[in-house]
Structures are given as structure tokens and as C-alpha cells.
Design a protein around this ligand. Structure first.
Ligand code: GRF
Length: 204
């Protein structure tokens, strides 16, 4: 599959997916990286790995339609089969979600449906987990629909919460698991067929 990774920040999930490609854990190619943030380290990581890297933000366009048209044009030009959101903080335009139905994955650093939704991203997720007193948290990979963090779940893995955790220590433990299971989820789409019944995703 040809993958387009969308990222806004540091890009450690992008790095782990690139690494998985190099070590043969996945067979897809990352053909394009897009960031809404020109200062995102993900763009540097892409360039260091000779992957086309594009800064694309709605702020660069007068009209939303022009932004969406450019977005779709990029995806078509690079023959993108699947879109991988890796710390992408913007909503995906509705038309793109519809054109890539069940072909967009997102990673969330908690066990959906807990500690998710608009405004819960980055350290805020881990702060919320600790403030609530949860004993476990985890990672969720899900398909993207037209809302925040509501699409059908593909993979989940739990991570223990320790009594002395800070948001930062918890984030670090969760990130290690993110780097492990995002490539696993991509591999599932490479090697298996899937069907969706209600909210349930089955791989056969
Ligand atoms: C990760 O925790 C991811 O789950 C969340 O944003 C963070 C991105 O980290 N959506 P990175 O940019 O991949 O290092």
C-alpha cells in the first residue's frame, strides 16, 4: 500500500513506521508526509528519509474548497491507498473522509472511549487519566469517521498506570506501545481482509 502520514508534532510515530518499513515489519511505502505545521519535526524526518514532505494548512488558502481540492490532488498524485494520522491535530475535511472511507487510521494515546474527544490530545490525555485515578490506560488505533475519536476500533493495548507516574512518565510508557502497535495495525490491513459490522471491525 502507498501510505500518506499526517503529523503535526514531533513525529516519533512516523519514525517508528519508517523503521518498520526498513526492517521489513511492514511492506507498505510511505509516499508522502503532510503537516499542517511548518515547524513539525515530522517534515524533517520525512526529508531525511527522502520522503516527499508537504506543509499544507487551511491558512494558506482563501477558501476551504481550495484547501480540500489541493489536499485531494496531493493524495491522488502520490496514489495514496491509506492515510495514517500520527499525532495530527486537525480535523480531516469531510470530503477526504468520504473519499477515503475506512482507509484512514488514527492513533489515540488512551483506551477509547475513555479520555478522548475534542481537546484531549498530547499531555492532556495523560493528565486526565492520572486525575481520574485510572489504574490502566493504553493505546487505541481506530478508523477515522467524521467526528473526533469515534470511528471503529482496529487495535487496542493496555498500559499500566503507576502510583508515582507524572503525565510525562506515563506519556513515555504509552508512546513505546504506540510505536509497537501502529505498524501492527498497518500490517493487518496489508495482509488481511476486513469487514465492519456495526462498530466492530473483523479481520479474516
Ligand atoms: C501520540 O501520543 C499520538 O498518540 C497522539 O499524538 C502523539 C504524537 O506523537 N495522537 P508523535 O508526534 O508521533 O511523536
Amino acid at each position: 500500500m502507498n501510505l500518506c502520514v499526517l503529523a503535526s508534532g514531533w513525529g516519533s510515530n512516523l519514525s517508528s513506521i519508517i523503521h518498520s518499513g526498513k526492517t521489513g515489519k511492514i511492506s507498505s511505502d510511505i509516499v508522502l508526509v503532510i503537516s499542517n505545521n511548518s515547524a513539525s519535526n515530522a517534515l524533517n524526518i520525512a526529508r531525511e528519509n527522502q520522503i516527499p514532505a508537504v506543509h499544507l494548512s487551511i491558512k494558506q488558502f482563501g477558501l476551504e474548497d481550495e484547501y480540500v481540492r489541493k489536499f485531494l490532488e496531493l493524495l491522488r498524485t502520490y496514489k495514496v491507498d491509506m492515510i495514517i494520522l500520527a499525532g495530527y491535530l486537525k480535523m480531516i475535511p469531510q470530503q477526504i473522509v468520504r473519499n477515503y472511507k475506512n482507509k484512514i487510521l488514527n492513533i489515540h494515546p488512551a483506551l477509547i472511549p475513555s479520555f478522548c474527544g475534542k481537546g484531549l490530545y498530547g499531555l492532556k490525555v495523560h493528565e486526565a487519566v492520572l486525575n481520574y485515578g485510572a489504574k490502566v490506560t493504553g493505546v487505541t488505533i481506530h478508523l477515522v469517521d467524521e467526528e473526533y475519536d469515534t470511528g471503529p476500533i482496529v487495535l487496542q493495548k493496555t498500559v499500566p498506570v503507576n502510583d508515582d507516574d507524572t503525565p510525562e512518565t506515563l506519556q513515555k510508557r504509552v508512546l513505546t506501545v504506540e510505536h509497537e502497535i501502529y505498524p501492527e495495525a498497518i500490517k493487518l490491513f496489508e495482509t488481511k481482509k476486513f469487514n465492519i459490522t456495526g462498530r466492530k471491525v473483523f479481520f479474516t
